[in-house]
Structure formats: C-alpha cells, structure tokens
Design a protein around this ligand. Structure first.
Ligand SMILES: Nc1ncnc2c1ncn2[C@@H]1O[C@H](COP(=O)(O)OP(=O)(O)OP(=O)(O)O)[C@@H](O)[C@H]1O
Ligand SMILES: [Mg+2]
Length: 312
C-alpha cells in the first residue's frame, strides 16, 4: 500500500444470514480523488460504506483507511473522516447552528474554534438564511445541506457521502456538486454513492459499478465507456419483430446494443452509416432517431441491468 492510498479494501465480504451483501470486494481509493460507488438498489453500496467508516465489520477480508484498521484505531480514523448517511441524522428541535455546535463538541473542538468553524460551514453550504430555524421546519434540501455541513465540521481528509443529492432540486444539486469540487480542489478525498449517472459522470474521477455485492468494473467514466461500449449512441423505437429486418445489415457493426422494451440503443464508433441505413429502410417514413454521446448510464445498464445483446 502506497502513502497515496486513502482506502484499501482487499477481498472484503459481508454476510447477513444467508445473504451475501458484499462479495469479495477489492477497492483502492487514491488520495484527492472523487470516487463514486454505483449500483442498483441493494447492490451493497451502503454496506460497503458502513464497513469503511467502521460501524459494520466485514465477515472476511480487510479494510484499511489511512493505512489503519478502523476496529483497532477507531478514534484516530474517525477524527479524519466525515460521513453523511443515506438518511439524515439531525436533532429536529434544534436549529442548524445548534446541531453544528453539538456535533462540533463531539469532535472536541474548543469554543473559539467551534464558533469559527460553524460560521465557515454555514457560509460554505449557504445555510445562513436558515441558521436559526428549527430543523423540523426546514425543507428537505436545507436538511440535506445541513447533514453535509455536519460531516465537514472536523475538516475531514476523507468525506463519505451516501446519496448526497437524492430528492434534491436541480439547483441544489448543482450547488452541491460545486461544493464537492471545491473540497476536492482543497485536497479532500470524496467517496460517494449516487443513482444519478449524470452526477457520477460529471463529478467522479473514478467509479466502481457494483451489482449483487460484486465489483463489475472500475475506472474513469470515459475509460469505462470506451471499454464496454463505444462513443456514439443511436437510440430509437423498434419492435422486436421488426429487428431482424432492420438490424441485420451485414456491413454494419451493431453487436453492442441494448433493448429496454421497444427502445433500442446501439453503440457505435461512428453513427452515420447506421442513420443512413435506417433512413433508407424507412424510406419516406421518418422514424425519430436520437443520436447522442454514450454516457455512464449506458455503461451502468450494460453492466448491471438489461444484458447487452450479442456480447462485444
Ligand atoms: N443490517 C442488515 N441486515 C440484513 N440485511 C441487510 C442489512 N443491511 C443490508 N442488508 C442487505 O444487504 C444488501 C445490500 O444492502 P445495501 O443497503 O448495502 O444496498 P445499497 O446498494 O446501499 O442499496 P440502495 O441503493 O437501495 O441504498 C441488501 O440486500 C440488504 O437487504
Ligand atoms: Mg444505500
């Protein structure tokens, strides 16, 4: 393990009774990156995070955070970690400022430092207008921002965010992305989960796609797109019975494709020959075709959802 590794998981499994929630997971998170853990509901993301921040023990395998086993050095590791859980943990009757004060005391911040830090995180997450309003009266977006603010109180070197933007409006999501980028620029390593593939693609330097507790693949989003699919996507409606006729053109490489109901997505190095082929086939009937860059959602579906027809 090099000095640059913040989290290293080696062959980690977690079993709940007969259910294997995490299955021989290997993960290495280098310092300073924003790392995304992606996967369908129940894939094992939250369980993996819980093992990393030390509230769940692996059934087997080893996890080192900052080069330490959290079970042996809980205080030393936790003092350098910030965690935002999937569900907010806030004291509803207290205001954001008071919540931050309670949490800062847990981290043993001294009084002047505590007040200074509360001011900083309130500014950073734009909570000032609601800093004195009881949490129970705040909208979901403000509550989420406060939950993230709490996890920043101790200036963590590793920030763990479990679905930080679920249920937030687009403006708040954008604001939070920008905050995560600011933190990364200041050297904070971030590990997050999200179901929004656009978010992962824009924010994460690297992602691991997990399904059924196993890592399906890991890498930078553009790398994964190139490896599993191709840069251009043509998307259109095509009934299954129409497919042999429409998509059996021998000159076209249409092997990388995905069907979701009537919708077909075809991944290509160059979309032009296929578009011309479909137009010729349809003659005067102009079928609605969408031509777009391939994105991380396509890779996610290919690795975890509907299987790719024909393989690669
Ligand atoms: N404490 C527990 N006891 C029993 N089973 C559990 C427990 N925690 C998680 N599981 C099971 O482990 C599997 C992985 O759950 P986990 O919460 O890690 O998924 P996730 O990827 O975070 O899903 P989501 O996207 O829905 O948040 C699920 O099948 C879940 O039911
Ligand atoms: Mg989860």
């Amino acid at each position: 393990m090099t000095a640059e590794t913040i989290v290293e998981a080696a062959c980690v499994s977690k079993r709940f009774g007969s259910r294997l929630a995490v299955d021989r997971l290997d993960l290495r998170i280098p310092s300073g990156v924003c790392f995304g853990l992606l996967g369908p509901n129940g894939a094992g993301k939250t369980t993996t995070l819980r093992m990393i921040y030390g509230v769940t023990r692996p059934s087997s395998g080893e996890i080192l955070v900052f080069g330490m086993d959290i079970a042996r050095n809980p205080r030393a590791v936790r003092s350098r970690l910030g965690v935002t859980l999937q569900q907010n943990v806030l004291i509803e009757a207290l205001s954001p400022e008071e919540n931050l004060r309670v949490f800062g005391r847990y981290h043993l911040l001294s009084e002047p430092e505590l007040s200074r830090r509360i001011g900083e995180v309130i500014d950073f997450l734009e909570l000032k207008s609601h800093a004195k309003v009881p949490v129970q009266k705040l909208s979901g977006g403000f509550q989420r921002r406060l939950a993230i603010a709490l996890s920043l109180m101790n200036r963590p070197e590793l920030l763990i965010l479990d679905e930080p933007t679920t249920g937030l409006d687009p403006a708040v999501r954008l604001a939070l992305w920008s905050r995560v980028r600011d933190l990364r620029a200041a050297g904070t390593t971030t590990l997050l989960t999200t179901h929004y593939m656009d978010e992962a693609q824009r924010l994460c330097d690297r992602v691991a796609i997990i399904s059924g507790g196993k890592v399906m693949d890991e890498g930078a989003p553009p790398e994964l797109i190139g490896k599993h699919l191709a840069p251009e996507t043509v998307e259109f409606d095509c009934a299954p019975e129409e497919e042999p006729n429409l998509l059996s053109e021998p000159g076209l490489s249409l092997r990388r494709r995905l069907r979701v109901g009537k919708r077909v997505m075809i991944y290509l190095e160059d979309a032009t020959p296929l578009i011309e082929h479909v137009r010729r086939h349809d003659r005067g009937d102009r079928r609605a075709l969408v031509v777009r860059p391939t994105n991380l959602e396509d890779v996610f579906l290919a690795l975890t959802g509907t299987s790719l027809e024909g393989g690669q």
